[in-house]
Design a protein around this ligand. Structure first.
Ligand code: NCD
Length: 357
């Protein structure tokens, strides 16, 4: 039995199988309409969501299963101070599989340590969002016919955008992928993602101008500036409208480029772009439902075939080092010990949120 915390929890081959299953479901939904009869999905959303939560719920319903859960921390015992660890210990008695979103980074990894049923990370703060990545990969694969040999532009808030971190991690494993990272200096990808790109020998550039680079791209992944993760409002106001994709910029792009966006959109894509056939973000949201169907089905079948605990091996707890990421789950939960992975002599990375100390 497995949990899905990072896109790397699947091998490239397994991702291929999930996407193929999603294709099959799209082609023949009736054949899957009762596959999860008698099973329940719990959606634990400590942070707001439209697409992710509803697409998880729609996915389970279309598989013939049932759903329960909450859609904000304020309607759960989190307001009384209940921890993530205790919440999953309770909810696993009520559901066969859990999809969880939480504002703290590493929250899903904590849930994994305490759950006897599969946990899917539906977004943990600014860290990762693996099911959005499956959505993105299915979209790219269906519309471009491949996941390798592509120039992928990622534009906007690359620092706090968890969808960006997950997509880069996943696409690093395909051959011939070139990344064009377009952001203001303040919103460049975090160090742990940059290190992973360097370690993988990735071909990438960090640039500030979208106009100057849009012509190179096969895929453009636009993102919202993540207002809720900024420490101060002035920085957000200064950076929020730095990139606006409009018809004039689209005119510079390849005729077969595709524009993705995890949504919600704020100002970063002008509405005039919606009618351009290269704008695929609304279809992308539909693909997200199908890929979540494939994921739920696969995890439940695996859990049935191989029941048992799947606790990750954790590094030893530390009494001396403290994670300084203000968004780390260790800043919010008492019972969670500080744990670090050594990445180089004298260099340590938090085992929960993956920020370097
Ligand atoms: C994204 C998220 O929640 O990280 N949305 C989504 O899941 N579709 C992107 C965002 O909120 O900007």
């Amino acid at each position: 039995m497995r949990h899905v915390i990072s896109p790397l929890d699947f091998s490239v081959e397994e991702i291929g199988q999930l996407l193929a299953l999603a294709d099959e479901i799209i082609a023949n939904p009736a054949a899957y309409a009762h596959k999860c009869a008698g099973k329940k999905l719990a959606t634990l959303f400590f942070e707001p969501s439209t697409r992710t939560r509803l697409s998880f719920e729609a996915a389970m319903l279309e598989l013939g299963g049932q759903v329960l859960g909450f859609s904000s921390a304020s309607s759960s015992s989190a307001t009384k101070g209940e921890s993530v660890a205790d919440t999953v210990r309770i909810v696993q008695n009520y559901a066969d599989i859990i999809a969880m979103r939480h504002p703290k980074e590493g929250a899903a990894a904590v849930a994994r340590q305490f759950a006897r049923v599969p946990v899917i990370n539906a977004g943990d703060g600014g860290h990762l969002h693996p099911t959005q990545t499956l959505t993105d990969l299915l979209t790219i694969h269906r519309l471009k016919g491949r996941l390798s040999h592509l120039t992928v532009g990622l534009c906007g808030d690359l620092k706090f955008g968890r969808t960006v971190h997950s997509l880069i991690r996943a696409m690093l494993r395909y051959e011939g992928v070139r990344f064009v990272l377009v952001s203001p200096r303040e919103l460049q990808v975090p160090a742990y993602i940059r290190t992973e790109m360097e370690a993988a020998g990735a071909d990438f550039v960090q640039v500030e101008s979208l106009e100057e680079h849009i012509a190179e791209m096969d895929v453009l992944y636009m993102t919202r500036v993540q207002q809720e993760r900024f420490a101060n409002v002035e920085d957000y106001l200064r950076l929020k409208d730095v990139y606006i994709l409009d018809a004039a910029k689209m005119a510079l792009a390849k005729p077969d480029m595709i524009v993705l966006h995890p949504l919600p959109r704020v100002n970063e894509i002008a509405h005039e772009v919606d009618d351009d056939p290269r704008a695929v973000y609304f279809r992308q949201a539909l693909f997200g439902k199908y890929v979540r169907m494939a994921l739920i089905l696969t995890l439940l079948e695996e859990a049935e075939a191989r029941p048992g605990l799947a606790r990750a091996e954790l590094p030893a707890a530390s009494d001396t080092l403290v994670c300084r990421n203000p968004h780390c789950i260790t800043t919010a939960e008492n019972g969670i010990r500080q744990r670090f992975v050594q990445t180089a002599p004298g260099r340590w990375r938090c085992a929960w949120c993956e920020h370097d100390v």
